[in-house]
Design a protein around this ligand. Sequence first.
Ligand SMILES: Nc1ncnc2c1ncn2[C@@H]1O[C@H](COP(=O)(O)OP(=O)(O)OP(=O)(O)O)[C@@H](O)[C@H]1O
Length: 259
Amino acid sequence: MHAALELTNLAKSYRKHQAVQDLNLAVQKGELFGFLGPNGAGKTTTIKMLTGLLEPTNGSAEISGIDIWQHPLKAKEKLAYVPDQPNLYPKLTGWDYLEFVASVFQLQKDWFQERANELLASFNLTEQANDLIESYSHGMKQKIALCGALIHEPDVLFMDEPTVGLDPKSARTLKNLLQQLCASGMTVFLSTHILEIAEEMCDRVGIIYEGEVIALGTMDELRGGDDADKSLEDIFLELTGGEDQQAIISEMTNHGDAT
Ligand SMILES: Nc1ncnc2c1ncn2[C@@H]1O[C@H](COP(=O)(O)OP(=O)(O)OP(=O)(O)O)[C@@H](O)[C@H]1O
């Protein structure tokens, strides 16, 4: 049985700058995995490599056993990506957008319509489905992007900073929804620079710092078992131990701010 997602020595350099260094990581089916790190740690670079948007300088990544760079089309059938600023078409209605995504994946019409209606209902977007996307709020845009991402029933969903710009209620709805999707067998890989998001939402967390995974495990494992009161924030500070701690703390606890 393949892991849902497997990274082997995955690395990326931008000219001389090594943005991501030799990542080795396996995420299992049904896991809600949090990729946590401060600004510039390498989260977006990693997600772009995993979704086939940025070619690695070294190493490989597989989705459900399919190499993303050797079999890009097959791999893309298995994955979905919701960036922090989804690229939506403002002059389309929500429904048109979903139809467009379905045509890219060549989904059967009847099947698409049923699935689209189901998704719109679960995101409370049914009534706005025929409105232009330009009239949507940020949260609604994020929800329609998520509907589009889920329409082809991906094995692995990647999300970059999913809660940025959402109000607390929408963030909680998103959390519940992601947990439901994972319970039904989908895998979620989400990046965040906000400690509480990783702490509250995720089954397992990897902390990335200067392009390297410096800690990996469940919250209990990261706490080491002997100090149950320790927060991920303490752990993060211990692990990074840098002089810039205060700046990192305020960055990480700065809820709702775009990066
Ligand atoms: N296109 C690029 N060209 C050169 N350097 C880049 C490029 N994109 C990212 N970098 C550098 O690579 C490093 C990792 O950036 P990345 O965007 O992956 O970090 P991040 O963890 O997603 O940060 P943030 O939370 O701010 O989005 C940073 O030092 C960044 O300056």
